[in-house]
Ligand binder design. Sequence first.
Ligand code: ADE
Length: 230
Amino acid sequence: MHIDIITIFPAMFEGPFTQSIIKRSVEKGLVSLDIHDLRDFTKNKHRSVDDYAYGGGAGMVMMIEPLADCIEELKNKRDYDEIIFLTPDGNLLDQEMANQISTLQNIILLCGHYKGIDERVREHFITREISIGNYVLSGGELAAAVVVDSIVRLIPGVLGDETSALSDSFQDKLLSPPVYTRPAKFRGWEVPDILLSGHERKIHEWRMEKALERTKKRRPELLEGNNNQK
Ligand code: ADE
């Protein structure tokens, strides 16, 4: 999978993309990531990417020219399955959406700032709009990093144990059951006996029961087929 990210803060990706799973997936050649500084596509001497909103009002708007130039340059090199804009008024990211995006070949993630981007970019270039939650971030970068993380770990071969992404919380609309590791007893707090029994079927049943119990208690709407937490 190839991911292009358009941003005015390229350095914000240095941390998340040079650690852990994302770093490994790039090293294994399963994912390639290119970060594009939108300011490289400006024609004015101040390298500004924003301007006042027509009609007045507070807040600057990201201009169409550098965005169009950047997107078109990328489109000349690749065919994109999706050109995604990160925005609080997009569709809420959930596991099902991450699964679907992880099957794509080439995507662009566009990070917005200020008051937003010129609406004509959304009308003429953007194919999908994603929000990572009902709150406003200062820009789309952190949201883009979340989207990348959620999809990259699903690409076959990225996680060492192929089953581990499938057993994540949400994959089957259930939260994960509790997990424990050594020691079996800490300050008198014990690991449930069943997990030490070696009885695979019973352990599986216990985990299913706990997953269901936890989901009913914490996120009952998942069991009703409505993923969006109120
Ligand atoms: N940009 C600002 N807030 C955002 C959010 N909640 N999700 C995606 N992009 C955003």
